[in-house]
Design a protein around this ligand. Structure first.
Ligand code: SAM
Length: 430
């Protein structure tokens, strides 16, 4: 099947929607698969497909309400996805009406599951266009229902509403400077904002790899919140660190630039390749181990073990707008086991006076606070060391009553928010 140019972005967008809503695959997974297909997508096709699909993920309820006005609620998902693109495109008002309808009909003809619906798609699309152009479409950003209900057990409605508001905006892009003394120089060169966590936030970045300092290894991409856990470790020059779940290396690079001797461990060869590339670009060195943590054994003990555990990634919803539709709540149960196993492993291989740093980019206490509490109940010779916000230039409300770091997407709201993150420092209590 050969796609003409006007259909490419829309076809890719449709594959993204099928991936998320039907196969429960992330946007990145679908994009990777599509690269392997025969269609040669331009950068602009990918950007447009992502822009439309992100819009659909954020405003899904309003878009579906519009479609439901002209169809049965039980409309086949594959047909509904095509119509979701039509509503989004009508709202953007960037393409001529006939092109929007024509491409929707073409899209429906491309697949066995929708080809008999092309007449229906044609008729509904025309009616949608009239409806949207009459300014009748009301769009409100509302989190997917199950996720919203789950989060409301832990966060006030006001917080959830602020997160929903931030989801309508483009996620910010943050970078970490290798040599912190140069931060003001890079702030000027990159026209960036300096955040309280000592990270630079880029304004409208384009072509990351062509920005000054990228090729020279002066900085790497790392979100404001994911950089804070390593900062709270304080002075770590010369210490031996085992960085569990290390790839693609954001935290490892921070540890190395703070002078630590780092061993990186991850089971994904593909992600370790990315880590190696990052280290080469940054002119940094680390020992790299490709292993599942469940099979890992060590003859030596470490001063610090950092655990950036696999999790629901629910903290990253401003960045990954597909995430609320990928069953984040259902996925938790499979993940708490590996989170507990990683804490057990760290306990075994950390020195007597050593430190375990446990963190996740999750908003769910069951992946953060509760894992740490369970660990402390099982291991009464361990305790949580409280993080002092003042000492690290953090806002007082970012630290919870037990001294753990609890970051939310709506923190730094006026600057565009940040990822949700949890971190705790654990030490022996002797
Ligand atoms: C949250 S990411 C780590 C991000 C990284 N620490 C950073 O700062 O760039 C989680 C990583 O855990 C790895 N992982 C998941 N399960 C694992 C396991 N059982 N053993 C080893 N690595 C695993 C994944 O391949 C992934 O790279």
């Amino acid at each position: 099947m050969k796609l003409n140019d006007s259909l490419k972005a829309r076809y890719l967008c449709l594959q993204i929607l099928i991936g998320v809503f039907k196969k429960k695959k992330t946007v990145s997974q679908t994009l990777e698969e599509q690269y392997l297909c025969m269609h040669s997508y331009e950068e602009s096709d990918i950007a447009r497909a992502k822009r439309i699909s992100d819009f659909i993920f954020v405003y899904l309820q309003g878009l579906d309400n519009c479609i439901n006005l002209y169809s049965e609620k039980k409309l086949k998902l594959e047909v509904r996805n095509i119509l979701r693109i039509v509503v989004a495109e009508s709202f953007f008002d960037e393409a001529p009406d006939h092109a929007i309808v024509h491409s929707a009909v073409q899209l429906s003809k491309l697949s066995k599951s929708t080809k008999y619906y092309s007449g229906l798609v044609n008729a509904i699309s025309r009616r949608i266009l009239v409806y949207v152009q009459g300014d009748n479409l009301i769009l409100v950003s509302v989190l997917e229902e199950k996720l919203r209900t789950y989060l409301s057990n832990y966060y006030p409605n006001e917080v959830i509403k602020r997160i929903e508001k931030l989801m309508t905006k483009k996620a910010p892009l943050d970078i970490n400077i290798k040599n912190f003394e140069e931060i003001n120089c890079w702030k000027e060169k990159l026209n960036a904002k300096k955040l309280p966590s000592g990270i630079l936030r880029l304004q409208n970045p384009k072509g990351l790899s062509s920005l000054p300092g990228f090729k020279e290894g002066k900085w790497w991409v790392q979100g404001a919140s994911s950089s804070i856990p390593i900062k709270i470790l304080g002075k770590i020059s010369g210490v031996e660190v085992l960085d569990l779940f290390s790839a693609p290396g954001g935290k490892a690079m921070q540890l190395i630039s703070a002078g630590a001797k780092v061993t990186c461990l991850d089971f994904s060869l593909k992600r370790l390749e990315l880590l190696k590339k990052n280290l080469i670009r940054m002119n940094m060195k680390a020992k790299i181990i490709n292993s599942d943590i469940r099979k890992f054994e060590s003859r030596i003990k470490y001063d610090i073990i950092t655990i950036d555990a696999p999790c629901s990634s629910s903290g990253t919803i401003i960045k990954n707008k597909d995430l609320p539709h990928l069953l984040p709540v259902e996925r938790i149960l499979n993940l708490t086991t590996i989170q507990d196993e990683s804490l057990d492993l760290a306990r075994k291989y950390v020195k007597e006076d050593g430190v375990i740093l446990y963190c996740t980019c999750s908003l769910f206490p069951v992946e953060g606070e509760e894992r740490v509490s369970e660990f402390l109940v099982k291991n009464q010779d361990w305790m949580q060391k409280a993080i002092c916000p003042k000492e690290h230039g953090l806002e007082a409300e970012w630290v919870d009553s037990k001294g753990g770091l609890r970051l939310r997407p709506d923190h730094l709201f006026d600057l565009g928010g940040m990822d949700g993150f949890y971190a705790a420092i654990l030490v022996k209590n002797n």
